[in-house]
Design a binder for this molecule. Structure first.
Ligand SMILES: Cc1cc2nc3c(=O)[nH]c(=O)nc-3n(C[C@H](O)[C@H](O)[C@H](O)COP(=O)(O)OP(=O)(O)OC[C@H]3O[C@@H](n4cnc5c(N)ncnc54)[C@H](O)[C@@H]3O)c2cc1C
Length: 594
C-alpha cells in the first residue's frame, strides 16, 4: 500500500510555515477552514489516495480504456474508485457552498489534489478537467446554466471536459473549425475534436462538454470563436436527464502514458447537430477559455510535482532494498542508498520536489487572496503575482518532472526500465505534462510576452523586491544558511539581469523573445523555487532554535535547502547566459539546413 505520510508532513510544513493561513481564513467565505479541519481533510485524503486511488494506478496503465458501441469503457477499478471518491464528497472540496461545495481555500485543496495526482494521475485528470468546465460556467454562464449544471458537476455525479483541440488547431486555437448554427434557444454543433481528456466514460451520469466553435458569420481567427456547453444527455428545466445528445466518442488514442485516462476523438453532429448552449457572449470564447485555463495550468504544474513525488517515494524504497557494491566501514554488500551518487539523485529529487511544492502552494495562496481579499489593492497585487507565476508553475514544475521521473528510473538501474517496478510508468505518465494545457514553449511565450514585456517588468520587479527582502533575512541568520544567502542573492541578480536584458532587447528583432523565453522560464523557476526553500529554511531554523517541531523534518528541510543552493541554484547563471549570449544563435541556421 502506498501511503502519503511523508509528503503529508512536508505539505503541512508548507501550509503552516510558508503560507499565512490566518490571512486566508480571514477572507470572506473561508472562515470555516480551521487548522483542525485542514489537518482532518489532509489525513482523510491521504488515506483515500493510498488505499483506493494508488492501487488502481497500475491496473489503469495495463488495461487502458476502449470504445464499445459508441461509448468509452474505463477499467472496473477506476469506476469503483470514482464511486468511492464521489460518495466521500471529494469532488466538491473547493467549490462554493452555494453550489453544494465545501468552500475550502485553493491553498488547501491543492494539497489534496497533489495526493490524488500522485496516487493516480490518469484518474485525477477527470476531476481536473471537470473543474475547468465548472469554472467556465461559473465565470461566464447564465444563472439558469449555473443552477442546472453546476451542482451535479460539483458533486461529481456529472463530469466535465474542455474541447479545444482539432487536428489543425492545437497551440493555435485561431484555426478552430467546429461550427455552431443558431437554432431557437440553442445552437447545433458539428465538427471533430481530438485529444479530449475523459471525453466520455461510464463512471458518471452525464458529461458536460465545454466546446470552442464558430458561428456562421463569425470573424476569422481568434476573434470569431465562441464557447458552448454541450451535455452528453440533454438536461430538462428541472435538471433531469433527457435524450442522448449527438456527441459521441469515435475512438480513444493509444498513447505513451496515462493509459487509464480516456483521450477521445469526439464527433459532434454526425446525426444532424449536437445541441449546445452559448456560454457568455458570441466571439468571446477564447477570452473565456483563458480565464478558466489559468487554473487548469496551475493544476497541471501540480501534476508535475505530484508525479515526481510518487517517483521519489518509489526510488527511495528501491534504494533501501537493493544491495550492490561495498563501502569502507560497511560489512558485506550495501544497499545502494549508501552510495554517494545514488544519494545525489535522491537529493536532486527531494530538494526540487520541496521547491516545487512550496512554489505551487504559495501561488495558490496568492490565488485565494486575489479572488477574495476585500482590499482591491491587495487583490490586484495578488492577481499580478498569480498571473506572473502561472506559466512558471506550469512550465517549470512539469519540465523538472521530466528530470525527476527519469532519475526515478535511473535509481532503479535496469529494473527501472522494466515495467514491473512501476518506475517507468511514472516517467511515461509525466511526459504529457509539458504538452497539454499549453506546451512549455507556449507557457514561456506567455511569461515573456503578456507577463513581462506588456507591463514593462512591473510584476517581475515586485517579485524581485520580495526575494531581495529574503536575502536580507538570510543575512541575519546563522552561518549554516550562508550557502542559501549566496545562492539566492546570485539568483535574484541573474533574474534581474535577465529581465533588464529582455526589456532592452525584446523589440530588437521578432525572434528575440521566442529565443529567450524558455530560458527565462527555467531561470525563474529555479530562482523562485530556491527562494521558497530559503524561506522554509529560515522557518525551520527558527523552530529548531525554539526547540519546537519535528526535528527530523526540520533538519531535513535545512539539508535539502543547502543542497539545492549548491547543486541546483547555480543553473540560474547558465540560463542567464543562454538568454544574453545565446539568443541570436537560436535562429542562426536557416530551416533548409536542418
Ligand atoms: C493525452 C492528451 C490529452 C489532451 N487533453 C486535451 C483536452 O482535454 N482538451 C483539449 O482541447 N486538448 C487536449 N489535448 C491537446 C493538447 O492541449 C495539445 O496537444 C497541445 O496544446 C499542443 O498542441 P498540438 O499537439 O497541436 O501541438 P502543436 O501546436 O502542433 O505544437 C508542436 C510544437 O510546436 C511548438 N509551437 C507551436 N506553436 C508555437 C508558437 N506559436 N511559438 C512557439 N512554439 C510553438 C509547440 O510548443 C510544440 O513544441 C491533449 C493532448 C494529449 C496528448
Amino acid at each position: 500500500m502506498t501511503t502519503y505520510a511523508a509528503p503529508l508532513r512536508d505539505m503541512e510544513f508548507v501550509l503552516h510555515e510558508l503560507v499565512d493561513l490566518e490571512a486566508i481564513r480571514a477572507l470572506p467565505g473561508l472562515e470555516e477552514a480551521s487548522p483542525e479541519l485542514i489537518d482532518a481533510v489532509l489525513n482523510e485524503a491521504s488515506r483515500l489516495a493510498g488505499e483506493v486511488l494508488a492501487p488502481a494506478n497500475k491496473l489503469g496503465d495495463l488495461q487502458g480504456t476502449r470504445v464499445v458501441d459508441g461509448a468509452v469503457q474505463i477499467p472496473q477499478e477506476f469506476k469503483a474508485a470514482y464511486k468511492t471518491f464521489v460518495e466521500g464528497g471529494w469532488p466538491s472540496l473547493k467549490f462554493d457552498p452555494e453550489y453544494g461545495g465545501q468552500g475550502l481555500p485553493a491553498v488547501v485543496s491543492v494539497a489534496v489534489e497533489e495526493m490524488w495526482q500522485s496516487a493516480n494521475m490518469a484518474f485525477a485528470l477527470c476531476p481536473l478537467l471537470t473543474q475547468g468546465a465548472i469554472d467556465a460556467i461559473l465565470l461566464h454562464g447564465t444563472e439558469d446554466q449555473k443552477r442546472r449544471y453546476v451542482r451535479p458537476m460539483v458533486a461529481g455525479t456529472w463530469t466535465g471536459t474542455m474541447n479545444l483541440t482539432e487536428p489543425q488547431a492545437g497551440s493555435d486555437l485561431a484555426a478552430v473549425r467546429t461550427r455552431a448554427e443558431p437554432k431557437g434557444d440553442h445552437y447545433l454543433l458539428s465538427g471533430q475534436k481530438i485529444f479530449i481528456t475523459w471525453g466520455d466514460h461510464d463512471a458518471a451520469e452525464n458529461v458536460v462538454h465545454t466546446v470552442l466553435a464558430r458561428t456562421p458569420d463569425a470573424p476569422e481567427g481568434v476573434k470569431g470563436i465562441s464557447m458552448f456547453m454541450v451535455p452528453k444527455f440533454l438536461v430538462g428545466a428541472d435538471g433531469s436527464l433527457g435524450e442522448r445528445n449527438d456527441v459521441y466518442p469515435v475512438s480513444v488514442e493509444h498513447k505513451l502514458g496515462i493509459h487509464g485516462s480516456p483521450t477521445c476523438v469526439m464527433s459532434f453532429g454526425d446525426q444532424g447537430g449536437a445541441v449546445g448552449y452559448l456560454v457568455g457572449e458570441e466571439n468571446q470564447g477564447l477570452v473565456y477559455m483563458f480565464t478558466m485555463m489559468n487554473r487548469a495550468r496551475l493544476a497541471v504544474g501540480v501534476q508535475g510535482l505530484s508525479i515526481s513525488e510518487r517517483a521519489y517515494q518509489q526510488a527511495v524504497g528501491y534504494a533501501r532494498d537493493r544491495l550492490q557494491g561495498t563501502l569502507p566501514g560497511h560489512q558485506g554488500r550495501v544497499a545502494i542508498i549508501h552510495h554517494a551518487d545514488v544519494r545525489r539523485m535522491l537529493m536532486l529529487m527531494r530538494s526540487q520536489i520541496e521547491a516545487m511544492r512550496a512554489l505551487a502552494y504559495t501561488t495558490m495562496a496568492a490565488l485565494d487572496l486575489a479572488e477574495r481579499a476585500e482590499d482591491p489593492v491587495q487583490r490586484a497585487a495578488n492577481q499580478a503575482r498569480v498571473d506572473l507565476l502561472t506559466p512558471v508553475v506550469k512550465g517549470w514544475c512539469t519540465e523538472v518532472a521530466q528530470e525527476l521521473t527519469s532519475l526515478g528510473v535511473q535509481v532503479h538501474g535496469g529494473m527501472g526500465y522494466i515495467e514491473e517496478t512501476g518506475a517507468s510508468q511514472h516517467f511515461r505518465d509525466a511526459r504529457i505534462t509539458t504538452i497539454y494545457e499549453g506546451t512549455t514553449g507556449i507557457q514561456a511565450m506567455d511569461l515573456i510576452g503578456r507577463k513581462t514585456l506588456r507591463d514593462g517588468g512591473a510584476a517581475q520587479r515586485a517579485l524581485l523586491g520580495e526575494m531581495e527582502a529574503t536575502v536580507g533575512d538570510l543575512e541575519g541568520a546563522g552561518e549554516s544558511l550562508a550557502p542559501l544567502r549566496a545562492a539566492l542573492s546570485a539568483g535574484v541578480q541573474a533574474q534581474r539581469e535577465a529581465l533588464e536584458w529582455v526589456l532592452a532587447h525584446g523589440a530588437d528583432n521578432p525572434h528575440v523573445p521566442g529565443a529567450a523565453a524558455f530560458n527565462l522560464l527555467m531561470l525563474m523557476g529555479t530562482v523562485t523555487g530556491g527562494w521558497q526553500l530559503a524561506r522554509g529554511a529560515l522557518a525551520a531554523e527558527r523552530r529548531v532554535a525554539a526547540g519546537e517541531g519535528d526535528a527530523a523534518l526540520l533538519q531535513g528541510r535545512l539539508a535539502t535547502a543547502r543542497f539545492y543552493a549548491t547543486q541546483v541554484a547555480p543553473r540560474a547563471k547558465a540560463y542567464l547566459e543562454a538568454i544574453t549570449e545565446g539568443a541570436a544563435e537560436v535562429m542562426s541556421l536557416p530551416p533548409e539546413q536542418f
